[in-house]
Write a protein that binds this ligand. Structure first.
Ligand code: NAD
Ligand code: DAU
Length: 352
């Protein structure tokens, strides 16, 4: 069995926690080091079920702290990096673009540079996997799909920062021959999604009979993928991708925001024993997001045909699992909404 030590950044976040869980459980011969700053978006409760596994290590720290990252690479001889840490919410990037530049651009360059220095040109068996977003391609207006060769056209401070980080990753491959791979994924949904994002925000508000804010007319389209299927794709790409390549990941599952929220209302009315149509009355149209991208739609043909990945659940199944998870994990949701989850690190880790 091949032993590896892999650094996963942002592993306490939504997607990162699913990736950490998958690697820790599927590969007991790997040591997984989860580096996360535990910003408002990082929540170690997401990893409660695997935190005592012998092949899992948590390190709290900032990817933009050069000295810290250097020490970490000295402490562990990493074979690979799977980089997810980022500021991820478009609305926050509109009010605070600088933190997106700091983490998403500068933080990524710190990691790239340290990997380059630590590996000293001995790249056999090494890889730096950068997890990115479909938003780098901009907004679709006239049909069609994003493919790997679609020119970059980011429209928000978030997507501009992610696009910039992708460019740096490719620049390190070109200039220093760093062995890299990039994936660009569409909108994820599933358990542990922070309730600032559309789906968990609406699930929480439907439970609590609060207004469901729809930006603009609700006509913007997103292509939704179940987060566990994204984690599976990351596993497949990490292990099988050709170095230097980019892979798009998507669910082939487009919904307007309005239809999606209506669907959620329908599912939750039935699960909560409410009258059909009751929750949909909570739908409230609010001021549109500035520069709101109209449509994202991903073509994942390359990933499916070259690496054999495909989604394992339909959208109906994934939404059903997701809504059940939130209904059964109201303590998790309460802790996030109240801010209590930030105490988890203090109580669980400070005593060690
Ligand atoms: P998230 O906001 O839920 O999690 C981000 C994690 O990064 C958090 O745990 C946070 O504490 C950590 N972090 C932030 N700044 C850090 C820093 N300076 N140092 C160390 N850790 C830091 O994000 P997510 O939705 O799980 O997204 C993860 C990655 O996937 C991001 O790179 C994002 O751009 C990308 N992505 C997300 C989606 C999506 O739909 N959510 C889709 C495609 C790609
Ligand atoms: O496409 C991938 C991207 O998907 C990721 O890179 C981002 O990290 C992730 O946050 C997500 O970005 P979006 O902006 O698409 O996700 P969000 O959940 O914020 O919004 C989804 C859609 O719903 C979008 O068109 C805006 C709209 N919206 C969102 C919120 C929070 C509303 O109408 N009302 C809301 O309250």
């Amino acid at each position: 069995m091949i032993k590896k030590t892999i650094l996963i950044t942002g592993g306490a976040g939504f997607i990162g926690s699913h990736v950490v869980r998958r690697f820790v459980t599927e590969y007991p011969n790997y040591t997984i080091v989860n580096l996360d700053l535990l910003t408002y978006a990082g929540n170690l409760e997401n990893l409660k079920d695997i935190e005592h596994k012998p092949n899992y290590i948590f390190e709290r720290g900032d990817i933009a702290d050069i000295d810290f990252v250097h020490q970490l690479f000295q402490k562990y001889a990493f074979d690979g990096v799977i980089h997810l840490a980022a500021e991820s919410h478009v609305d926050r990037s509109i009010t605070d673009p600088f933190s997106f530049v700091r983490t998403n651009v500068y933080g990524t360059v710190v990691l790239l540079n340290e990997a380059k220095n630590a590996w000293k040109g001995k790249y056999e068996g090494k890889r730096f996997y950068h997890v990115s977003t479909d938003e780098v391609y901009g907004s679709l207006h006239d049909g069609g799909f994003f493919v790997e060769t679609t020119p970059y056209d980011p429209q928000s401070p978030y997507s501009a920062a992610k696009a910039s980080s992708d460019h740096f990753v490719r620049a390190y491959a070109n200039t220093y021959k760093l062995p890299i791979v990039i994936s660009n994924c569409s909108n994820n949904y599933g358990p542990n999604h922070f309730p600032e994002k559309l789906i968990p925000l609406c699930i929480n508000n439907i439970m609590n009979k609060k207004p469901l804010p729809i930006y603009g007319k609700g006509e913007n389209v997103r292509d939704w993928l179940y987060v566990v299927d994204h984690a599976r794709a990351i596993d497949v790409i990490y292990h099988n991708a050709e170095l230097g390549e980019t892979y798009n990941i998507g669910g082939n599952n487009e919904w307007t925001n309005l239809n999606l929220v209506k669907k959620l209302c329908e599912i939750m009315d039935s699960k909560l024993g409410r009258a059909p149509g009751e929750s949909a009355q909570l739908i409230t149209f609010v001021t549109d997001r500035a520069g709101h991208d109209l449509r994202y739609a991903i073509d994942s043909t390359k990933l499916m045909s070259k690496l054999g990945w495909k989604p394992s659940v339909t959208f109906e199944q994934g939404l059903d699992i997701t809504v059940d998870w939130y209904l059964q994990n109201q303590e998790w949701l309460q802790n996030v909404v109240s801010g209590n989850y930030e105490m988890y690190y203090e109580t669980m880790y400070k005593q060690r």
